[in-house]
Design a protein around this ligand. Structure first.
Ligand SMILES: Cc1cc2nc3c(=O)[nH]c(=O)nc-3n(C[C@H](O)[C@H](O)[C@H](O)COP(=O)(O)OP(=O)(O)OC[C@H]3O[C@@H](n4cnc5c(N)ncnc54)[C@H](O)[C@@H]3O)c2cc1C
Length: 511
């Protein structure tokens, strides 16, 4: 949370500047606010919660600092750009530290693969698992780079407003085999079942099923290798705090505890927002960083929507949700890496349970975060801060999470205690949970999905809710549920798309 004492005195805002209202202070919303500020808009960010970050909210309790969501920072240049727009350097406010290995992947039989950008070490581990797969590494990384160059560099910040944009990129996408799933493409290169997992789990980081997500998501492998995997010292919350500081430094405003209930529309154009308190804020443009499905379904009356109708929103496919347990231990576990992926006995069957059958299986796979491996200041001395997440189905599962949460937590604690965190239950001194119910109620995510619309080919680019609303003029969308999609690089790119869509403030006639 931003220390109010550290706020720079904002210069006076000029009432004659066009006014942009941004709904939500997730990374997409904060980045959009910085970009609009740089374009000369008077910006007001309205956040429902009492602090910024959205999924990257920070819980502080019992001396522990828990980042609620994102922990893996890739493509740091996307953050650098925002600081540069304000004449500053990211390092003025946030220290990013490279992490190695990127992840320890622990298979159910107890064997581990330390995945990093150290090619020699990665090849050594591949050779141990399957010598015949060693040449596949270079070939796969080359394919990943080619996909990155098209999928991220060319398409990531391109507005897909017209279907012709989609038609133009089709030949490239076919050449890159984006009709295949991530697992399908990886399996073309690697034969060993464990290596197929190592190189295909990435879509799960952005809410996708490796067996359904388009192979465009294979670009993440290159992105990580090229720019590294980083941790923001002090926690990811420092990045959100830093962006708020930039917004305030531009003379703009971030208001917390402001629940937007309606986007006002007149003659087909957004004219402002109405808050739960009844207050109305007029705006020349409105940018929604709230979940895209939620924005259309609940913030706009059905009568003004012809593309994103209630039926279309209901029929769309949503990403998985997550069960999260944040805990602090009174001892340290120095052998546990910063990022550990603990695989259960099943892979394809487990994700099918989660995405298709909507079953919360007991033989889960887990991601364990131990930020104190890099930054001990996040826990009291001699202690460790953790969170563990389990991908689970979204709210269509019908699970009563308030009733199930504690028993599910115990199951996870038992598994961790029996494997990499011995004696865990006796060491826990701080604990809290987050369930799909919280994603729905607290973060206003449709169906409690943790990553918005599922990233499948038929819900990507032009098929995803556009960054410039198809239904309402002067309404723009940023964040995980719009183009290009979830993950920090995705949502920062969604704000970058606005640069091409929103005119500089001085060209707008003030309403
Ligand atoms: C547990 C978890 C771990 C993750 N780990 C990583 C990772 O390591 N690396 C990575 O790159 N990505 C990660 N992701 C994905 C990434 O965090 C998200 O895709 C991204 O942060 C979403 O940003 P967003 O801009 O869509 O906004 P969100 O974070 O979804 O924020 C939207 C904001 O809008 C506010 N809001 C909603 N409705 C209203 C309203 N009506 N009025 C006012 N405010 C409103 C919400 O309160 C919220 O603050 C993770 C996600 C989760 C959940």
């Amino acid at each position: 949370m931003l220390d109010p004492g550290s706020r720079p005195t904002p210069p006076m805002r000029n009432d004659h500047q066009p006014h942009a209202v941004v709904i939500g202070s997730g990374f997409g919303g904060l980045a959009a606010a910085v970009r609009l500020g740089a374009k000369g808009y008077r910006v007001t960010v309205l956040e429902k919660l009492d602090a910024p970050g959205g999924r990257a909210y920070v819980f502080k309790q019992d001396g522990f600092t828990f980042d609620a969501g994102p922990t893996i920072v890739t493509a740091p240049y996307l953050f650098e750009e925002l600081w540069k727009l304000c004449g500053k350097k990211l390092s003025d406010d946030v220290t990013l530290k490279p992490i190695s290995p990127f992840y320890r992947i622990r298979f159910n039989d107890g064997t581990c693969f330390d995945y990093s950008d150290d090619k020699a070490d990665v090849l050594r581990q591949i050779a141990q698992l399957c010598p015949d797969d060693v040449p596949a590494y270079d070939r796969f990384m080359k394919a990943s780079e080619a996909i990155f160059k098209v999928g991220f560099e060319q398409l990531g910040d391109m507005p897909f407003n017209n279907f012709t944009d989609m038609v133009k990129i089709a030949p490239d996408m076919i050449k890159l085999e984006s009709y295949r799933s991530v697992y399908g493409l990886v399996s073309k290169y690697f034969r060993d079942p464990k290596l197929r997992v190592v190189f295909s789990f990435h879509p799960l980081l952005v809410g996708g099923n490796p067996f359904n997500a388009t192979s465009v998501y294979c670009l993440i492998t290159f992105l990580e290798k090229h720019w590294g995997v980083h941790f923001a010292m002090g926690g990811t919350g420092k990045l959100a705090e830093g962006l708020v500081k930039l917004i305030l430094g531009q003379g703009n405003i971030v208001r917390y505890n402001q629940d937007v209930r309606e986007i006002m529309v007149e003659n087909g154009a957004a004219t402002g927002v109405r808050l739960a308190s009844g207050e109305v804020l007029a705006a020349d443009i409105v940018v929604s960083n709230a979940d895209s499905a939620w924005t259309y379904r609940y913030l706009l009356p059905a009568a003004v929507r012809s593309r994103w109708t209630d039926r279309k929103i209901e029929k769309a496919r949503y990403s998985m949700s997550l069960f999260l347990w944040y805990f602090g231990t009174k001892k340290q576990y120095p052998d546990v890496k910063h990022h550990t992926i603990m695989l259960g006995p099943r892979y394809k069957e487990l994700v099918t349970d989660i995405f298709k059958r909507k079953i919360c299986a007991d033989d889960f796979s887990l991601y364990l975060h131990r930020p104190t491996a890099t930054d001990p200041s996040l826990a009291p001395e001699g202690c460790d801060t953790f969170y563990v997440l389990s991908p689970v189905p979204h709210m269509d599962s019908g699970i009563n999470w308030p009733a199930k949460a504690e028993s599910y937590r115990k199951l996870i604690a038992k598994e961790l205690g029996a494997t990499i965190l011995p004696d865990l239950e006796n060491q826990v001194v701080s604990s809290r949970m987050l369930t799909p119910q919280d994603f729905q109620d607290r973060l206003s995510s449709f169906r409690g999905a943790a990553f918005g619309l599922e990233p499948i080919l038929t819900q990507s680019a032009w098929f995803r809710p556009h960054n410039k609303s198809e239904d309402i003029d002067r309404l723009y969308l940023v964040g995980a549920g719009t183009h290009p999609g979830a993950g920090l690089p995705g949502v920062l790119s969604s704000a970058r798309v606005l640069d091409a869509l929103i005119p500089d403030a001085h060209t707008l006639v003030k309403s």
